[in-house]
Design a protein around this ligand. Structure first.
Ligand code: FES
Length: 90
């Protein structure tokens, strides 16, 4: 499945159920993870332009400002998706 970062102009091949943060780390994408991936910050935040990720986990909600945002350390791949990095303040 294809993961396109529109802000970076790059597309990567992801695996089903792969964590977005893991995909970024594997490909050298500069996704920060200030809390270590424990859904306790918003530095890993992305905005979904098109496509779907696994359903929103309630632990993400406090760190999201918009309905199209997700945390890269919680969202997993289920199909092709187009995104942009949208980190909050650490
Ligand atoms: S790395 Fe902190 S919420 Fe994802």
């Amino acid at each position: 499945m294809k993961v396109r970062f529109e802000d970076l102009g790059r597309t990567f091949e992801g695996q089903p159920d792969q964590l977005l943060l893991e995909l970024c780390l594997d490909h050298g994408v500069d996704m920060e993870a200030a809390c270590g991936g424990f859904a306790a910050c918003n530095t890993c935040r992305v905005r979904v332009i098109e496509g779907e990720l696994t359903p929103l986990d309630p632990v993400e909600q406090p760190f999201l400002d918009r309905a199209d945002q997700r945390l890269g350390c919680q969202a997993r791949l289920i199909g092709d998706v187009r995104l942009r990095l949208d980190p909050g303040e650490a």
